[in-house]
Design a protein around this ligand. Structure first.
Ligand code: PGA
Length: 258
């Protein structure tokens, strides 16, 4: 069975002091919620401060990006080995990185490989733009993003990791991110069931495809979260805007609790 996961992607919000305040408001509400993995992804600068506040809780910590090289002359970049000392998750290939920072399926693939080698759980984002959606290319785009982005992974013996697969996928239609216009729960579930899991199955077999947690992301809020989580193939959410307010994020985490 796939344990639901709710991750908060803070994007480029929260100074260290603001991050401390948000975490102190969040922890009492979400640490006791059973049956759901919770992860906070603050900006790099706030990772250590947030980590200190999460000590003794089971709330996970993640970064929002990393480089595929482990060290080198890459001004402004951060490596998997640097992150592995601090956190256990990393968001890879978010559509904002694809749109504004030249991230490609190829760079996503290199990053995912390196994250896994360093025991970081990658949360790999895929999703079609509005134009791709309206021209009926959702399946083609999302399938390509999965097959290229997750190609050639070393998943250890017989491809099936012990409990849950170490890779998390987030299906985030670009037109639904930050727009207040979420996908329908049924529509998002259909893309996951009919495109994402079959693409994962083509890569590593059906057992793997069924073990991977696939989140939905794009305008998830306390009010619509339960509808998404009721879908059989949606295993949680990657939350942007609503992860910046303690009451909103807590409501989403509670909705995912089983
Ligand atoms: P949103 O962002 O919840 O603000 O739509 C989701 C994301 O970008 O991961």
């Amino acid at each position: 069975m796939r344990i639901p996961l709710v991750a908060g992607n803070w994007k480029m919000y929260k100074t260290i002091s603001e991050a401390r305040l948000l975490v102190s408001e969040l922890v009492p509400g979400i640490q006791a919620v059973a049956g759901v993995d919770r992860v906070l992804c603050p900006p790099f600068t706030a990772l250590l401060a947030v980590r200190a506040l999460l000590e003794g809780t089971e709330i996970g910590l993640g970064a929002q990006n990393m480089h595929w090289e482990l060290s080198g002359a890459y001004t402004g970049e951060v490596s998997a080995t640097m992150l592995a000392e601090i956190c256990s998750y990393v968001i890879i290939g978010h559509s904002e990185r694809r749109a504004y920072f030249g991230e490609t399926d190829e760079s996503v693939n290199r990053k995912v490989q390196v994250a896994l080698e360093h025991n970081l759980t990658p949360i790999v984002c895929v999703g079609e733009t509005l134009e791709e959606n309206e021209s009926g290319r959702t399946s083609e785009i999302v399938s390509r993003q999965i097959k290229s982005g997750l190609d050639r992974l070393d998943l250890g013996s017989n491809n099936i990791p012990a409990k849950v697969a170490p890779v998390v996928v987030a299906y985030e239609p670009v037109w639904a991110i930050g727009t207040g216009r979420a996908a329908t729960a049924i529509g998002a579930n259909a893309v996951i069931a009919e495109v994402i899991r079959p693409a994962l199955s083509d890569l590593y077999g059906d057992e793997f495809a069924q073990s991977v947690r696939v989140l939905y992301g794009g305008s998830v809020k306390g009010e619509n979260a339960a509808e998404f989580f009721a879908q059989p193939d949606i295993d949680g959410a990657l939350v942007g805007g609503a992860s910046l307010k303690a009451s909103d994020f807590t409501a989403i985490v509670q909705a995912a609790s089983i």
